[in-house]
Design a protein around this ligand. Structure first.
Ligand code: ATP
Length: 359
């Protein structure tokens, strides 16, 4: 799959801008703040229907304008696919594939597989568990449509159960039968999600460890553990056991919405005990393992976005990463960097064909 061209209209700092991309490596170079990351984010938008960097969609519209349009032309399985993501202030975002709008954005997820490696990934280590759940959900969802639909259903029922708990508290009332209906549904969707996360990590963790070993000089033991209430008991039982607590808190305190991934280095949390270098290698290994897992499932390389990668790695390591993608069914890579010479030096060591865009 190749992104052949991209045009932007009122997207972040761009008014109108068009790019014709190379099928292999594309380097976006220029000074700080010229919009290199914004171009990568526009490409991310075409795969996921949202920004990787700014969750408030309307803030991605260029200042003083009232809409943006991102238009991407892809070559996928020898067919041209046109994807358009647009947003007008005060309206819902629209994603169109070949002029037809999607009813559900979730139908689009996984159609254009993509992995991004960015300095913003450090949130995975420093932020709360929801960031790590979003990561694992996004990795599995790109490969598995059912997973995403279970997740959407689970979150819907969870919101309904939480509203009901609030209603009970406000009205000093309670109805076990209605709670039981929600418990049953949460149990069904939650168990599916738990089983899929468990199975996925069994496959993912060894790849991740191998990737870490390849990019780090040291021999420290790293680990990624899955933490879930569902290891203790089935969700129905847990929900029943915790109902008094939930009534007091007015929200659901157990379930897969509380799952977490524990990142350890030599048996200690990497957040507190990992050096800067170890943390960076850990995050890159996670993303490369994501790349490998998508490739293993789909049989082709996802698009790889390397944002400010030289901030994380020296030139030899960056070249190594690009080589990983440079195989018989080459994946397209987009690199952003402030130093045109450095990028070109690395890229030309690895591949003959590439394109440099000076912003
Ligand atoms: N909604 C918006 N409207 C106009 N400009 C915006 C908007 N959102 C972001 N920007 C501008 O985009 C620029 C940042 O772009 P970006 O992060 O892509 O830069 P960059 O080239 O990657 O820089 P660096 O090398 O520092 O990472 C900033 O100047 C910022 O003000």
């Amino acid at each position: 799959m190749i992104l052949k061209s991209l045009s932007l209209l009122n997207y972040k700092n761009f008014d109108t801008k068009t790019f014709e991309f190379d099928a292999t490596i594309n380097c976006l170079v220029g000074n700080n703040g010229v919009g290199k990351t914004n171009v990568l984010d526009a490409i991310y938008h075409l795969s996921f229907g949202k920004s990787y960097f700014n969750p408030v969609s309307s803030q991605n519209i260029r200042h003083d304008e009232d809409f943006f349009v991102i238009n991407g032309e892809y070559d996928k399985d020898n067919k041209t696919e046109n994807i358009v993501v647009s947003l007008k202030k005060g309206q819902k975002k629209v994603i169109k594939r070949n002029t037809k709008a999607y009813d559900k954005f979730s139908d689009h997820i996984g159609f254009l597989p993509l992995v991004i490696i960015s300095p913003a990934d450090r949130d995975l280590i420093i932020e709360g568990s929801d960031t790590r759940r979003k990561f694992i959900d996004s990795v599995i969802s790109q490969n598995d449509k059912n997973y995403l639909s279970h997740l959407i259903n689970y979150n819907k029922v969870l919101a309904q159960r939480n509203s009901l708990l609030k209603y009970f508290a406000a009205n000093h009332t309670y109805n076990q039968d209605t709670i039981d209906v929600y418990n049953e549904q949460l149990n069904t969707y939650g168990t599916e999600i738990f089983e899929k996360r468990k199975a996925f990590l069994k496959f993912f963790v060894p790849i991740f460890k191998e990737r870490y070993k390849a990019i780090s000089d040291n021999n420290e033991a790293i680990d990624l553990d899955y933490k879930s209430h569902l290891f203790d008991d089935d969700l129905n039982t847990l929900l029943r056991q915790n109902i008094n607590k939930d009534k007091a808190l007015q929200y659901t305190s157990v379930g897969v919405h509380k799952d977490d991934l524990i990142f350890n280095i030599d048996d200690h949390p990497i957040k507190k005990f990992g050096s800067q270098g170890q943390q960076k290698s850990f995050l890159i290994a996670l993303k490369l393992a994501q790349f490998d897992s998508i490739k293993a499932e789909s049989g082709s390389n996802p698009i790889l976005l390397l944002d400010d990668i030289f901030d994380k790695l020296d030139e030899t390591r960056v070249a190594q990463i690009i080589k990983l993608v440079d195989d018989e069914n080459f994946g397209q890579i987009f690199i952003s960097d402030t130093h045109a010479d450095r990028t070109e030096n690395v890229v030309k060591q690895v591949h003959q064909s590439y394109k440099i865009f000076k912003l």
